[in-house]
Design a protein around this ligand. Structure first.
Ligand code: EPU
Length: 434
């Protein structure tokens, strides 16, 4: 088992380069199923969600070649639909994009219910509603937790779908399914996240006809065939936001490069409100937390362009040490405050229920052994550990490795005292006794 060990209370200084966006990359990697040929994807983040997605694609017949550190060629010519193994699919949430992509290309799909972070109920009723609107027959009641999707004549037919709830996953899955449907599909109340737009741009460059991505109404006119392309994934706004908050929390100064500043506007606005200095450049932002008093604020998370739920825990780590009172109201997930108990172990003063948390800032946190209960909670604990006095040891770091490329190396380069430490698994060593 690996842990992250941090000796904190050191300001971060320097420059950090952001990798490709996890949530765009996972959608686009599965989207290559629709392109009958080879796609070359650049700016791929080196994270375990991507290696899991590659394993799933390879298991159903794709051939994946590494071109360079962040560029991969994916050939999906010989994909066999309905063959994704349960053990691989259950590892990651975004594996459900195989349903939309296979359905779009073959008119049928089958996969297990997906896994992912435990941040609340994660139903897929809106995905199913969309597939059914396009004429598919969806059986989600199979023993063993499989979703089985078929069509009468192997074809889907465009129609209108109103999403009852703004869902990134459902918007993406319906877009994937509808690319080759006969006629036009309209998704109303669609998610507007930058990763939805990035997937639409990728699919359009493969020959799809999608308009309106980035607004609440997306129109997909079906085309008969999609072809392979070269496509570069956009930078990860949540990774960027995480480092921006880390600069403020450690009273340091960081330039975060390879970003699209427009995607960071809500994080920038809140950091400015809290007293940090933020300067935006063409493709970088500079955040200064030194010589300023960070003060409390109020955040309500909401679908894009609202404040991202995936920045809730990281903001919580900053609010724990901001002057006065702060509050976060969670507007997307039911269970996003599990990190609060870990911050309290580090000396934070926080009251929370499932929907909100109130922070009374303390002067400083102190290091403690803590556990990453999900991906963004793990990022928050790293920020807390970097700002705290003493030593913080974080376990369950596989959650963090799902979504942050080389976070330990990147932070070390800007002055953090942070290490990956291998610790023998206690249960395994007990098993070896006598
Ligand atoms: N929902 C439904 N029914 C559905 C789908 C969603 O009720 O059929 C509800 C969910 O329970 C949730 C809300 O709608 O309350 C939003 O869920 P959404 O479908 O938008 O989330 P997702 O697609 O499963 C993606 C990201 C998450 C991010 C959310 C919200 C990926 C792979 N995951 O999840 O990212 O929190 O959108 O922005 O894109 C992360 O990166 O740490 C992460 C959890």
């Amino acid at each position: 088992m690996e842990k992250i060990v941090i000796k904190g209370n050191k300001p971060l200084h320097g420059s950090i380069e952001v990798s490709g966006m996890k949530n765009a990359a996972v959608a686009i990697v599965f989207g290559t199923i629709l392109a009958e040929g080879k796609c070359t994807l650049g700016n791929i983040p080196l994270i375990s969600d991507i290696s899991d997605a590659f394993d799933i694609l390879t298991s159903v017949g794709a051939v994946i070649k590494r071109i360079d550190k962040t560029t991969y060629e994916i050939d999906t010519t010989r994909i066999k639909p309905c063959s994704a193994p349960y053990d691989l699919v259950k590892k990651m949430r975004a594996s459900y994009y195989i349903l939309g992509a296979e359905l779009g290309r073959f008119g049928r799909a089958r996969a297990a219910y997906p896994g992912g972070c435990d941040i609340g109920l994660r139903p897929i009723d809106q995905h199913i509603k969309g597939f059914r609107a396009l004429g598919a027959d969806v059986d989600a009641t199979n023993p063993g937790g499989y979703v089985n999707i078929t069509t009468e004549d192997g074809k889907l037919y465009g129609d209108s779908v109103y999403l009852d709830i703004v869902s990134v996953g459902a918007t993406i899955n319906i877009m994937l399914a509808a690319c080759k449907a006969e006629g036009t599909t309209v998704i109303d109340n669609a998610a507007r996240e930058p990763h939805v737009v990035d997937l639409a741009n990728f699919l359009n460059s493969c020959g799809a006809d999608i308009s309106g991505a980035g607004t609440e109404m997306i129109k997909i006119r079906g085309v008969s065939k999609l072809h392979g392309v070269h496509y570069d994934i956009i930078p990860d706004m949540i990774e960027a936001g995480t480092y921006m908050v880390a600069a403020a929390a450690t009273k340091g100064e960081l330039t975060v490069t390879n970003v699209i500043p427009r995607h960071l506007e809500t994080v920038t606005a809140k950091l400015l409100e809290m007293g940090a200095e933020v300067e935006e450049y063409d493709d970088s932002v500079r955040v200064r937390g030194e010589n300023t008093e960070i003060k409390g604020t109020y955040v309500k998370t909401a679908p894009y362009p609202g404040f991202p739920t995936d920045m809730n825990p990281q903001m919580g780590a900053l609010m724990a040490i901001a002057g006065g009172q702060s509050m976060i109201r969670e507007g997307v997930w039911d269970n996003r405050f599990k990190y609060v108990d870990e911050l309290i172990r580090m000396g934070a003063d926080i009251k929370s229920d499932s929907k909100s948390a109130t922070f009374t800032g303390v002067k400083t946190l102190h290091g403690a052994p803590v556990s990453a209960c999900d991906l963004r909670a793990g990022a928050a604990l790293i920020i807390a550990g970097l700002s705290a006095t003493g030593k913080t040891e974080i376990d369950n770091i596989y959650h963090i490795q799902r979504g942050y490329e080389n976070i330990v190396g990147k932070l070390k380069n800007v002055g953090a005292d942070i290490e990956l430490k291998y610790v023998p698994d206690e249960a395994a060593s007990l098993n070896n006794v006598g």
